[in-house]
Design a protein around this ligand. Structure first.
Ligand code: ZN
Length: 432
């Protein structure tokens, strides 16, 4: 009897272990198949927003996600059991931007976390891979020879000093020198643009935190001894790009009730294009408050939206709470976005929707843009339910209403289209 009971126990343990194994395997397969693109969590204590990259290079993609998740776990650990100070919510914002160059692709990760104190903590990481071989690379790959790094260091010193002088920032000479010393890791954030080699130095690398990140562009003509020949562009017309938007006869809408559909956090490939596909059917145009960090990767979608006559506004670069940044960095978030959009469309936006609707009078004044908030919040990101989005809109629709949605979720776009269908029957046209 005794031995039988023991066997039973053993059997139970075995079955238990087997179940755990199966559950783990199912979870792994599930996670692999249904890989999350966006994560958004709002609790009493914190906001967490992560945009995970979706690049073709699977191996590197996984590596980057692992890195982002590690940072996320660290954030969650550090605020665990912490009470709020002065009612300031903790915050974690991780975004990436994809930088497609001729021969290489760069993925730039920026993570901002607010775990108390006076400002966000920033973390920058860039990854690169060769477009042909898919192999992960560093700046070493594009440098010409052994002496290139020293030359790059010297050029960087020159251009940072020039930047400091032009903006009357009085950077400390030794601070710059230590940040640009000839080590590969000092030049780990680069981009080959139409104008030259763009280098980004995170806060604290070449100047104090308050000066924010420093970006310089070294023209190709200075780089003959620095870059391999194949990475030097001879001529480029990237500057002269201006895209003409379709204009609409607004007379047609005179005297009618109007409602504005606005979409934040995009552009995206699937959802944004699905929305664009459906607008003509309802003779509608909408407003996109785009994130600067996503503009380059989805520039074709942005151009399409703009050409159709939709309005393009700014939702800042990294989706940070502007009131938690010092004014310089808050304005930098706005300026970077405007520059990026101008680079793609040829025009700068004049509308801004600050993330979370948070902005102060100083930033508002200095930005010289119209701040646009909303009066119908569909909470689409929370429920991810198209019917609910449509119901919220139709229920609350009124002349002059501004509806808040996000064009990174298919459910939001589907809900918006359903609402258009139903509102049209009520004779309420849509106008940006
Ligand atoms: Zn947003």
């Amino acid at each position: 009897m005794r031995s039988k009971r023991r066997l039973n126990k053993k059997g139970k343990i075995l079955i238990g272990a087997f179940i755990i194994l199966i559950v783990t395997l199912i979870t792994i397969t599930f996670l692999k198949k249904n890989f999350i693109e966006h994560e958004l969590i709002e609790t009493k204590n914190y906001t967490l927003k992560v945009d995970y990259p979706q690049i073709d290079n699977k191996e590197l993609n996984e590596k980057i996600i692992k890195y982002m998740q590690k940072q996320k776990e660290q954030f969650l650990m550090s605020i665990k059991n912490q009470d709020l100070i002065n009612n300031e919510k903790y915050d974690f914002q991780a975004t990436y931007s994809k930088d497609e160059m001729d021969k290489i692709t760069g993925i730039h990760i920026t993570i901002y976390s607010y775990i108390g104190g006076s400002h966000y903590v920033r973390d920058y990481k860039s990854y690169y891979y060769d477009n042909k071989t898919q192999e992960e690379i560093t700046i070493r790959k594009i440098l010409k020879d052994d002496k290139s790094l020293n030359k790059l260091s010297g050029l960087s010193y020159y251009f940072i000093t020039e930047y400091s002088n032009e903006n009357q920032l009085n950077f400390n000479e030794d601070f710059i020198k230590s940040g640009i010393s000839p080590k590969l890791e000092n030049f780990s954030h680069f981009s080959l643009t139409g104008k030259g080699l763009e280098l980004l130095f995170p806060p604290y690398q070449v100047a104090s935190y308050n000066n924010g990140e420093i970006k310089i562009t070294i023209p190709y003509k200075e780089l003959k001894e620095v870059l391999k020949q194949e990475y030097i562009k001879v001529k480029d017309n990237e500057d002269s790009k201006i895209i003409i938007a379709e204009s609409r006869n607004l007379e047609l809408f005179k005297g009618k009730k109007l409602i504005a559909f606005t979409f934040d956090d995009g552009p995206s490939l699937g959802p944004t294009n699905k929305l664009l596909d459906n607008l003509d059917k309802y003779n509608a145009r909408v407003t996109f408050f785009t994130l600067g960090s996503r503009v380059k990767e989805y520039q074709d979608t942005l151009i399409r939206a703009y050409k159709m006559g939709n309005q393009i506004g700014s939702h800042t670069y990294n989706h940070l709470n502007l009131t938690k940044l010092d004014d310089y960095n808050a304005l930098l978030e706005i300026k970077k976005t405007n520059d990026t959009i101008k680079g793609v469309l040829g025009v700068e936006p004049n509308l801004i929707r600050p993330p979370y609707g948070n902005i102060n009078s100083v930033i508002k004044e200095a930005s010289n843009m119209y701040t646009i908030l909303w009066n119908i919040d569909t909470e689409d990101w929370k429920y991810r339910d198209a019917n609910r989005v449509a119901d919220e809109i139709v229920k609350n629709a009124h002349d002059g209403a501004i509806v808040l949605m996000h064009d990174i979720y298919t459910t939001s776009v589907d809900g918006a289209i359903m609402a258009m269908e139903r509102l049209e029957k009520k004779d309420m046209p849509l106008l940006q």
